[in-house]
Design a protein around this ligand. Structure first.
Ligand SMILES: C[S@@+](CC[C@H](N)C(=O)[O-])C[C@H]1O[C@@H](n2cnc3c(N)ncnc32)[C@H](O)[C@@H]1O
Length: 732
């Protein structure tokens, strides 16, 4: 939703078509052996040169990367011991070798492109290019994923032509590759490396500590695991587990950290470190109540632990956010402008809503109110499950953005989607307890595997996640308020350029909200937090909707309006605005003639919101205000609101005799009877009204009411109203 779709840009379309042709060509060789390739030495030398070239590449030069999505295939769910071994020479092209596995040793250092690459050999000495996707990014770890001399098992290997014209193994699912520890019995003798002298729990623990101190957490975890394999005594075992828990915390593997601290933390006299690390893991998993309980116990037993007090303060703050939706939005804004990426340490609040079968999305689910709410109420304030940020500078944009070309769906997007897919896969894989929040989201017709673990490891289907990200991710600005100000007319505008949403994220709870152009909820962003508020007064059990794609403010034909919805999400909207578009004879009639009927706008709420007309009236309200004509400005501002569905009682200045104090006495009210469509310019309409009432010398209640409605609209559009005065202070 709101992602930068470039599916109709000719140069990208051409790239996609070329790739589809290559794929078809490759498919025609399915089942064949590849022609004899370069000799082993040449393959290795060529790859080493490529790695060296990438290391010495001018770091000031950036190219926007492109990434092709191959046809989906399922992850292996058969345990390794039930698979039979094959050799490189047995592989045939464009084939998933189901029921088989390859044992490989890396014979070069790794290279990093979209995937991690290395040349690997089998036991016969044949070599092959290995491409492993969705591993930790270079920004997350200084460690190599494919280590020269390291041995891996590739389950059900997929052998295919590469985009550069060669051949290689492609591993898309994280659980389809097993990194064998050096002491693994499956490693043939010829590949075994000399063991560490002594090979005791203590030597491996010391090695783990050294790796940890060098921030090499993968290596530390592997060393601690080997130390545990050496059957240490109870006390040392506990130390090793607590050390490994800390390394897991560093890699954000909170489930694993929790499992490691649990024996010590639940013992009769839990050590301080065990309780503290348990509390940290619970915080990372957003289990704030449990986190508070553990730190409270820790503070009782160890009252001088200052770090525990700090963590308790944080956890109490998170718990208030999670339980009551109490956020300090000014702080959120300040952090979002300071932090890069703008990932805020905040909790998710799920307000008066529930998930139920939808009345709009056939056979699907939707989100409903579970009690009556008023316009402006907070329904949801959700922290992203994953959020891929694209920086503001041109250099950052080139670094962070990728063109994602999906050969199966013909969809091309520009932005951080490949990074978002990667982050989502990694988070679901690293913390299996969090995975269902994402894997349970809508995924269209994609049929995932049923198993969620194999060989004690989680199975995360990368193509399922790709599909889920395609159907459920949101494009987002750094903050909605700043985004609005960038594009707003003077004097609000801070820039002339209008930015597209290249950053994007996955907010699983908000993903249950279905689309309607005539929506009753609105989303806004501050960093990686999404606020969803009601745009109208809603009774209990109302299905909530917001825009996936905002309705056009220009008069456009119905089918054009539907195109992005149909292409990206596979449905046509049937809301009042769309019905109106479909049934009205011409766009000209809708845009111009109808509103002028009888000199006034036909009661908009009785028909359907008309954005194009509303914008025109807003323009007039502004023009009249600039010419100091409050009566006309108020009339146009009211008309603009009515054109987007507002039903408003009172507030009109026209009926007042010239020169008289207007709007006074018993009739001095302006009251919203029904809220309309919450487009951003609604705030301006209310502010023009407030100014008109003041300038015309109307009763102060009118100006106060108009400002109150402006503030509610501001809260809906930007998620908070704590910056209202700061933003609208310029109004006289
Ligand atoms: C982000 S999901 C929304 C939640 C989804 N209904 C579910 O069951 O999880 C997007 C999908 O919901 C369905 N959908 C959303 N809005 C719709 C609408 N107005 N009419 C029909 N289907 C809709 C489409 O299948 C779309 O691809």
């Amino acid at each position: 939703m709101d992602t930068h779709d470039v599916s109709e840009t000719p140069q990208f379309l051409e790239l996609l078509k070329k790739q589809q042709l290559n794929l078809r060509d490759a498919q025609s060789r399915k089942g064949q052996k590849p022609p004899p390739g370069k000799p082993r030495w040449e393959t290795i030398l060529h790859f080493r040169l490529q790695v060296a070239e990438n290391i010495t590449r001018d770091k000031n030069l950036y190219y926007m990367a492109s990434s092709f999505v191959p046809p989906p295939y399922l992850p292996c769910v058969t345990p390794v011991q039930q698979l039979s071994k094959v050799l490189i020479g047995d592989l045939v092209l464009e084939t998933h070798h189901r029921g088989k596995y390859l044992l490989l040793r890396c014979v070069t250092p790794q290279d990093r492109m979209t995937a991690v690459l290395a040349i690997a050999e089998d036991e016969k000495g044949d070599v092959i290019l290995l491409q492993v996707y969705h591993q930790e990014q270079a920004s997350e770890t200084p460690e190599d994923i494919l280590v020269e001399g390291g041995v891996v098992i590739v389950k059900e290997p997929y052998f295919k032509a590469t985009s550069s014209g060669g051949y290689g193994l492609r591993v898309d699912h994280v659980s389809d590759i097993v990194f064998l520890p050096a002491n693994d019995k499956r490693i043939p003798e010829i590949w075994q490396r000399p063991s560490l002298r002594g090979d005791t729990a203590t030597t491996w623990k010391t090695k783990g500590n050294a790796s940890f101190n060098a921030s090499r957490y993968r290596a530390a975890i592997a060393a601690y695991t080997r130390a545990l394999d050496c059957s240490p005594m109870a006390e040392e075992r506990q130390t090793i587990l607590l050390n490994r828990a800390l390394a897991f915390l560093k890699t954000k593997a909170f489930d694993a950290a929790l499992a490691d601290v649990e024996p010590a933390a639940t013992s009769s006299k839990p050590p301080e470190k065990a309780l503290f690390r348990k509390a940290q893991a619970l915080y990372g998993l957003q289990c704030f109540r449990e986190c508070c309980d553990v730190i409270t116990a820790l503070r009782l037993a160890y009252p001088n632990n200052g770090a525990a007090k700090d963590l308790l303060d944080l956890a109490i703050g998170r718990l208030a956010e999670q339980t009551y939706g109490r956020y300090n939005f000014k702080d959120l804004r300040a952090e979002a402008s300071r932090l890069r990426p703008p990932h805020l340490d905040r909790a998710t609040y799920i307000g008066p809503v529930c998930i139920k079968p939808s009345g709009i999305s056939p056979g699907g689910r939707g989100m409903f109110t579970n009690k009556a709410v008023a316009a402006g109420d907070l329904l949801l304030c959700e922290k992203a499950f994953a959020h891929a940020f694209v920086g503001e500078s041109d250099k950052a944009k080139l670094e962070d953005m990728t063109i994602l070309l999906d050969t199966a769906t013909d969809r091309i997007t520009m932005g951080a989607q490949p990074e978002l897919i990667n982050m989502t896969i990694r988070r679901a894989y690293t913390n299996p307890s969090l995975a269902p929040a994402v894997t349970g989201l809508h995924h269209g017709t994609y049929q995932p595997v049923e198993a969620d673990s194999v060989d004690g490891e989680p199975v995360v289907d990368s193509f399922l996640i790709r599909r889920i990200v395609a159907l459920n991710s949101f494009g987002c600005p750094l903050t909605s308020r700043d985004e609005y100000l960038r594009a707003a007319p003077e004097p609000l505008s801070t820039s002339k350029s209008k930015s597209a949403f290249h950053s994007c994220g996955v907010w699983p709870t908000a993903s249950y909200i279905n689309h309607s152009c005539d929506s009753n909820a609105h989303r806004a962003f501050i960093g990686d937090m999404m606020m969803v508020r009601a745009t109208r007064n809603l009774p209990v059990d109302t299905e909530l909707t917001f825009w996936y794609h905002p309705p056009s403010t220009d008069p456009v034909p119905y089918l054009e309006e539907q195109r992005p919805l149909l292409r990206s999400w596979g449905f046509m909207c049937k809301c009042a605005i769309c019905r109106d578009l479909r049934d009205s004879p011409t766009t000209v009639f809708r845009a111009l003639i109808l509103p002028l009927e009888g000199g006034t706008v036909k009661k908009a709420a009785a028909v359907a919101p008309r954005l194009a007309v509303s914008e025109l009236q807003l323009f007039l309200a502004r023009a009249y205000e600039q010419r100091m004509r409050p009566v006309e400005s108020a009339r146009q501002a009211l008309a603009s609101l009515e054109s987007v569905g507002f039903v408003i009682a009172g507030g009109d200045l026209t009926s007042q005799p010239a020169g008289a104090a207007v709007g006074g006495g018993a009739g001095a009210v302006v009251k919203v009877r029904e809220w309309g469509l919450m487009v951003d310019h609604v705030i301006d309409c209310w502010m023009f009204l407030r100014n008109a009432y003041r300038r015309a010398g109307a009763a102060p209640e009118l100006a106060a009411a108009a400002e109150g409605y402006a503030k509610t609209s501001y809260r809906v559009c930007f998620g908070e109203d704590e910056t209202f005065e700061e933003t609208y202070g310029y109004f006289p």
